[in-house]
Design a binder for this molecule. Structure first.
Ligand code: THU
Length: 130
C-alpha cells in the first residue's frame, strides 16, 4: 500500500469519529510489520479523561490482534491550515511499538501529506523499544 492510500484511509476513518465535545474529528491508519492495516478515530467521553485519540485506537486494535511492530501511521483531521500531528501521549504510545525510524505521516484534508520519522517527532523519548 502506498503512503497516499494510507492517508486516504485515515481521512475515511475520520468520518467515524465520536467527537460531540470537541467537534474535532481525527482519523488514523497504520500498517504493521506484515502489512496488516488498522484504522482508528477519536472516541470522546462526557467525563473527558477517558477520551482516546484516533492513533491510540488504531494502535490498540493492532496490538490486541497480536501485532507488536508498527511501521507507519497516517493521521488525518479537518484542519486545513496545518498538518495534524499526534499528541504527546500518542507519541509515547507509538514509541512502545514502533522503531525510531518508523514513519509518522501527517496530512491535510486535501490529501497533502508529509513524512516524519518517529525520532523526529519524539526526540529523546523514554523508550524500551528493542
Ligand atoms: N485527538 C486525536 O484523536 N489525535 C490527535 O493527534 C490530537 C487530538 C482528538 C482528541 C479529542 O477527541 C480531539 O481530538 C480534540 O483534542
Amino acid at each position: 500500500m502506498t503512503d497516499k492510500e494510507l492517508v486516504e484511509l485515515a481521512i475515511k476513518a475520520k468520518e467515524n469519529a465520536y467527537n460531540p465535545y470537541s467537534g474535532f474529528k481525527v482519523g488514523a491508519a497504520l500498517l504493521t510489520e506484515d502489512g496488516t492495516l488498522y484504522t482508528g478515530c477519536n472516541i470522546e467521553s462526557v467525563s473527558f479523561t477517558p477520551t482516546i485519540c484516533a492513533e491510540r485506537v488504531a494502535v490498540s486494535k493492532a496490538i490486541s490482534e497480536g501485532h507488536r511492530k508498527i511501521v507507519k501511521i497516517a493521521i488525518a483531521s479537518d484542519l486545513e491550515s496545518d498538518f495534524i500531528y499526534p499528541c504527546g501521549v500518542c507519541r509515547q504510545v507509538l514509541c512502545e511499538f514502533m522503531p525510531s525510524e518508523g514513519h509518522i505521516i501527517v496530512s491535510k484534508p486535501n490529501g497533502d501529506y508529509k513524512i516524519h520519522t518517529l525520532k523526529e517527532v519524539f526526540p529523546f523519548g523514554f523508550s524500551n523499544y528493542k
